[in-house]
Design a protein around this ligand. Structure first.
Ligand SMILES: NC(=O)c1ccc[n+]([C@@H]2O[C@H](COP(=O)([O-])OP(=O)(O)OC[C@H]3O[C@@H](n4cnc5c(N)ncnc54)[C@H](OP(=O)(O)O)[C@@H]3O)[C@@H](O)[C@H]2O)c1
Length: 244
């Protein structure tokens, strides 16, 4: 029996992932910061509820204790995420970016992911087949930056998620650790402007949560096109060796 924890699973992509993994036979913990909405979602899905605010040390520690008492953890899905908009509801670009907005976004999307991962690593380490799935975003791409989405803090936070995924995957080679890009999906995060359904967006999260041993590792996976997170080593042309 596989036990899976999904952070921010009371709605959106997290909830749809929980629904699908329950159907696949996982014991699923719906992690949610709001006990009423979290418990209601877990009840509706046939999952377990665990109160978990990724920005709060005490809440995360209590969640670890609850999941450990429930028998341990095999799969961690770091899904909780926010995008902070202006009071007018517009996306905040670099010109209007403040340290406060950046801190708020990073507190959930980056520090929250690290807080949860650090706290649950000992439980994952005890699993015979540990898996971690970090929810990244196409906006994290340095090569595609500036193509359309102007939000500076959100995209930078997801770039940080990609690098953290690489670092965790290097440090824990026994665990299958990947980042996924669900695609532009209609959820509260984007006022339901996304062009995909949550069913479509959750496809890659569900797939990577069920990754069998010795399958892709340390990669950024999109719905249809997997891309390595780590570029293969390249040889500099003669006379152009980097000097640092
Ligand atoms: N939608 C897209 O197009 C898209 C594309 C690429 C990546 N993503 C990523 O996918 C993930 C899920 O987003 P979504 O689109 O499903 O958005 P969503 O419907 O707004 O869901 C976000 C979830 O995160 C939870 N959350 C926020 N702050 C939290 C905290 N401090 N502690 C615990 N939970 C917290 C929310 O809980 P509350 O209900 O309490 O606020 C909610 O359950 C995010 O990481 C997002 O960045 C989304």
């Amino acid at each position: 029996m596989t036990t899976t924890l999904i952070t921010g699973a009371n709605k959106g992509l997290g909830r749809e992932t929980a629904r699908r993994l329950v159907a696949a036979g996982h014991t699923v913990y719906v992690g949610a910061r709001d006990p009423e909405r979290g418990a209601a979602a877990a009840d509706a899905l046939g999952a377990r509820f665990v109160q978990l605010d990724v920005t709060d040390d005490a809440s995360v520690a209590a969640a670890v204790a609850a999941v450990e008492a429930g028998g341990g953890l095999d799969v961690l899905v770091n899904n909780a995420g926010i995008e902070v908009r202006s009071p007018q509801g517009t996306i905040i670009g670099a010109a209007d970016l403040t340290a406060g907005v950046t801190r708020e976004v990073f507190e959930t999307n980056v520090f929250g992911l690290v807080r949860v991962t650090h706290a649950f690593l000992p439980l994952l380490d005890r699993s015979p087949a540990p898996v971690m799935v970090n929810i990244s975003s196409g906006t994290a791409s340095l090569t595609r930056a500036g193509k359309s989405y102007p939000g500076a803090a959100y995209s930078a936070s997801k770039t940080a998620v990609n690098m953290l995924t690489v670092q965790y995957a290097k440090a824990f080679p026994r665990m299958r650790i990947n980042a996924v890009e669900p695609g532009y999906t209609a959820t509260d995060l984007n006022q339901h402007e996304g062009t995909q359904s949550v069913e479509q967006g959750a496809d890659i999260i569900v797939r990577m949560s069920q990754l069998p041993p010795r399958r892709p590792h340390r990669r950024l996976l999109r719905r249809h096109r997997p891309r390595p997170l780590v570029a293969p080593p390249t040889r500099a042309p003669r006379g152009h060796e980097p000097n640092s």
